[in-house]
Design a protein around this ligand. Structure first.
Ligand SMILES: [Zn+2]
Length: 124
């Protein structure tokens, strides 16, 4: 079975990466005031050292199909520059009911933001 996620970026923008290379990303990853309040969350991705001790690998706990754990106690709106406090608090509260992604969902979100297409290898 092959799954493909097609990316429909708005317009691409780029940032300069840690090694001086431009990194293009979908503007969905860039917040703009007209898109509403700035409500943020942060999830944990569990990694462990590889058996040979030379690199980090994704631990099974991050790809077990359950939502990734939040680093925060709840979504935050502390960085939202709006002056509509009640509306902003309502948006933040509403975000609490939005499930956090599981590992695969996060992988798709990263792929979409970076402009990749994702295809799953066939397994037998
Ligand atoms: Zn706001």
């Amino acid at each position: 079975m092959t799954e493909t996620s097609t990316i429909q970026p708005d317009t691409e923008q780029s940032v300069i990466g840690p090694h001086g290379e431009p990194i293009a990303y979908n503007t969905l990853a860039k917040w703009e005031p007209e898109r509403g309040h700035y409500i943020e969350e942060t999830v944990q991705v569990y990694l462990r050292l590889s058996a040979d001790g030379t690199r980090w690998v994704v631990d099974g706990a991050s790809i077990d199909g359950y939502s990734l754990d939040s680093v925060l106690d709840h979504p935050r709106n502390s960085e939202c520059p709006c002056d509509q406090r009640q509306d902003c608090a309502t948006a933040r509260h509403r975000a609490e009911s939005v499930d956090l992604p599981d590992g695969e969902g996060l992988m798709r979100m990263l792929a979409e933001a970076l402009g990749y297409e994702v295809a799953k290898k066939e397994t037998h």
